[in-house]
Design a binder for this molecule. Structure first.
Ligand code: MLC
Ligand code: AMP
Length: 507
């Protein structure tokens, strides 16, 4: 089996149906066009010598061609490696050297960054460009290719994608996601969320992470539904198309931004049958205000890069604020103590999952993979949770040192490593502060090596911006004489959060 075969099962019956519509540019592709364009990319890659399992790294702005490239890579038997457009040169270098892609597709502005990477890993002939729909060498290459392609067979554990996720050590890990992981999760969600003929998805998420690429696109493609594709989320623009949508997926920031708009009313949302939230905790106040304003109850679900979706509030039953619902069919969720013994209802512990949605391990990191699984095969998510008597799962915290800002993950260690290398920084501790828009924001406590000389904040920010994706750059900085530590010498980030993490804290 090949995931593409399953995703495209309905394409031939839906040839004339709209697949992608981009209100910002007026682009409109039917399913027939999407299938043909994907085949052209599959042919191009094959002609260039792709072999099954080869990685294709893609760092491009969201557009219809980008989705066709993803599908073309699958069809040709390759492994798709999407990268956040915010990643800087040094971040990209790590991913490319680690994954060793056979091909790279990037914007022309990023081409130099990829070309500078060791020639042994990626050379100029392997780099294609894409600058929006129909622009770039990859489009030119595909234009002359045949629109028919025999999908390459893959077995269920073969890799469909590798997605990098950072880690508590500061070293990103490539999560290996198989054809069957994605197909299984897509089909479960299609059924659980009651996708039906005529559903139209408002798609304003990026397509380089699980939420936008796998959760959103898999459901829409499996159902041959129209996607109203926005290159990025802007509440006012998205509101113009809400009357044409029946399903909306977003991170909590989408919903708080919608609510901040006066024109966001019950009338505007009346055609939407399902608003889904995930990737970060949805505040109860947002859930309640949304229901008061629109009469619609947001459905919150929970997942992660390594597992796809694990739990969801129900389509038909009660959606409970502050919970992420029930384990999805086929996925086991348990809460355990430190020795991996299952806990009783309402007891808080380590949240672990097992099922066909769980990934194949970290790329070239067998020890790291082994560390994250229990002896009986459960994946240790690093989230702290509980399950109530009715079976609703709640995420109550994290055992991993992680900040989630507007749905993007930031591992403090990665930011601390950059900060600690800056002149006159003795050490640093990165922690979350309450951010009114992003839920959590990145804060840094800085200790100077020479207390008399203040660390130059301009320098600090410029180094961070050069080395880290924008969403990882600290937005609050506090200068301290020393870091709070426990008796073991471990930095107490909870104290930093209490003292300097409040929304209203002013430095
Ligand atoms: C952008 N910026 C952010 C940010 N997004 N800062 C912190 N957190 C974020 N999430 C910064 C930029 O670096 C820039 O900084 C400034 O904000 C403006 O950039 P922008 O691109 O115009 O931002 P905006 O459009 O406002 O984006 C906010 C957003 C976006 C919430 C719409 O971040 C977004 O689409 N988030 C979704 C992320 C997502 O898909 N997560 C799913 C992961 S999968 P400066 O300094 O240059 O001004 C997963 C599994 C699961 O988690 O369960 O789903
Ligand atoms: P990522 O590694 O980007 O896939 O992020 C996965 C993490 O996002 C999970 O381990 C959770 O900590 C968090 N997450 C995802 N969905 C939710 C949710 N609905 N509520 C709380 N946290 C969530």
């Amino acid at each position: 089996m090949n995931l593409y075969q399953a995703l495209s099962e309905k394409f031939s019956d839906a040839e004339d149906r709209v697949a992608i519509r981009m209100p910002e540019t007026g682009l409109l592709w039917t399913y027939g066009q999407l299938a043909k364009r994907s085949a052209q990319y599959a042919n191009l890659l094959t002609k260039q010598g792709i072999t099954p399992g080869d990685r294709v790294a893609v760092q491009v702005d969201k557009c219809a061609e980008a989705l066709a490239i993803y599908l073309g890579v699958l069809q040709a038997g390759g492994t798709y490696l999407p990268m956040n457009t915010a990643y800087t040169k040094s971040e990209l270098k790590y991913f490319v050297e680690n994954a060793e892609p056979s091909f790279v597709v990037c914007s022309s502005s990023q081409k130099a960054n990829f070309s500078d990477i060791n020639d042994q890993v990626v050379n100029a002939a392997q780099i294609y460009t894409l600058d929006g729909d129909s622009l770039g060498s990859v489009c030119e290459g595909a234009d002359s290719m045949s629109t028919a392609f025999e999908t390459v067979a893959r077995s269920e554990n073969d890799l469909a994608a590798i997605l990098y996720t950072s880690g508590t050590t500061g070293r990103p890990k490539g999560a290996m996601i198989s054809h069957s992981n994605l197909l299984n999760n897509g089909r479960v969600l299609l059924d659980y969320w009651g996708w039906e003929e005529g559903d139209v998805l408002l798609h304003a998420l990026p397509i380089f992470h699980v939420h936008g690429l796998f959760v959103a696109c898999s459901c829409a493609l499996l159902n041959a539904s129209e996607m109203i594709f926005y290159s990025k989320f802007e509440a006012k623009k998205a509101m113009e198309e809400l009357p044409n949508a029946t399903v909306v997926m977003g991170v909590p920031t989408f919903y708080t931004r919608f609510l901040a708009e006066e024109g966001f009313t019950a009338d505007l949302t009346k055609n939407v049958r399902l608003f889904i939230s995930g990737s970060a905790p949805l505040l109860e106040e947002t859930f309640n205000e949304f229901e008061q304003r629109t009469g619609k109850v947001i459905l919150e679900r929970y997942g992660m890069t390594e597992t796809g979706m694990n739990t969801s509030n129900p389509l038909m039953g009660t959606r409970v604020a502050g919970t992420v619902g029930f384990p999805l069919p086929g996925t086991e969720v348990r809460i355990t103590d430190a020795d991996n013994n299952a806990l009783s209802a309402n007891e808080v512990g380590s949240l672990q999952v097992k099922g066909p949605n769980v990934f194949q391990g970290y790329w070239r990191m067998p020890e790291k993979t082994a560390e994250e699984f229990t002896n009986d095969g459960f994946f240790i998510t690093g989230d702290l949770g509980k399950i109530d008597e009715k079976g609703y799962v709640s995420i109550v915290g994290r055992s991993k040192d992680l900040i989630i800002s507007g749905g993007y993950n930031i591992y403090p260690k990665e930011v601390e490593m950059v900060l600690n290398d800056i002149e006159n920084v003795e050490e640093s501790a990165v922690f979350a502060f309450e951010h009114p828009d992003f839920g959590e924001g990145v804060a840094a406590a800085i200790i100077a090596s020479d207390a008399q000389t203040r660390v130059c904040e301009d320098n600090l920010m410029s180094v961070c911006k050069e080395q880290l994706a924008g969403f990882k750059v600290p937005r609050r900085i506090v200068y301290l004489d020393e870091l709070p530590r426990n008796t073991m010498g471990k930095v107490q980030k909870n104290i930093l959060r209490e003292l300097y993490g409040q929304k209203e804290y002013l430095s």
